[in-house]
Design a protein around this ligand. Sequence first.
Ligand code: CU
Ligand code: CU
Length: 315
Amino acid sequence: MKLSTKLLLGAMTAFMLNQNVLAKEVNVDITVQELEIEIDNKGTKQMMWTFGGTIPGPVVRVKQGDTVNFNLINLKSNKQSHSMDFHAAQVDVLDEFSEIKPGKSKNYTFKANYPGVFIYHCGASAMSEHIARGMYGVIIVDPKDGYTEDYPKPDREYVNVEGDLFEAGTKPNDITMGKGWKASLINGKVFHYDPVHDSDASLTLESKPGERVRIFFVNANINESVAFHPIAGIWDRVYDNGNPKNIKYGMQTVDVAPAHGMVFDLISPKGKDTNNALVNHRMKRALNGAITVLMNHEDYDGKKGQDGNLVLREE
Ligand code: CU
Ligand code: CU
């Protein structure tokens, strides 16, 4: 064998080994809980259906090429059938995504082939009601190439999910038609991170002036797209679907379709304290809950948006 061929084979073997080492199997177990949960900063409770007891459900984070070994548990104490639809999966809607009754569990696997930020949601009938009651979450698939010039490492990361809140007891058909709509939820609460419009709000997103803040945004509204805009800022980069290949620069307002996700990078001015309000610029939505304050201050809380602390919640 020629030396060059040997070297090539050696390099290929090393590459394949490397790929095997990098691609992991990730176990994800999520339990459906139907429960009364706080839907605003005052502590008002409403009967919601959840993945794991929170809205949104737990953030699932894997790397492109990983295999997700997923287990859905529908507690015996629940009343409804539920299912799990990962938008990051390429499977069979009639098989993997089928619904299971209370007391049952369901296991399936899928390979995360595409990088990005994807919604997951319950697809059990009536799907409008299951989503509108809070059955959604986020799966982030980090690109296999990691951070690059096109997809720089952010200083801080947050997950921001907008969803609907309907009056308790609204019938599924009315939910589908938008009747009984009450407010917008951001990560499960009305004005969750907006002390300006809600004096009971105790949290804001934070960063240090000049940092690159990355927002993994998902629209969990059942009917309406989100016109996502950073008041007093410009999106430095927007990655459609969160894929590093889909870059837009210097954007003001970007429409995110229902059940779609995008990555938004924002860089605040250096050397002075500033604030942004990340809004759904559809005013009906903004003024009914869909505003998030981002404070870029020298005395920022450095733990926020770091080490997997992507969804801020009250302690
Ligand atoms: Cu469900
Ligand atoms: Cu879907």
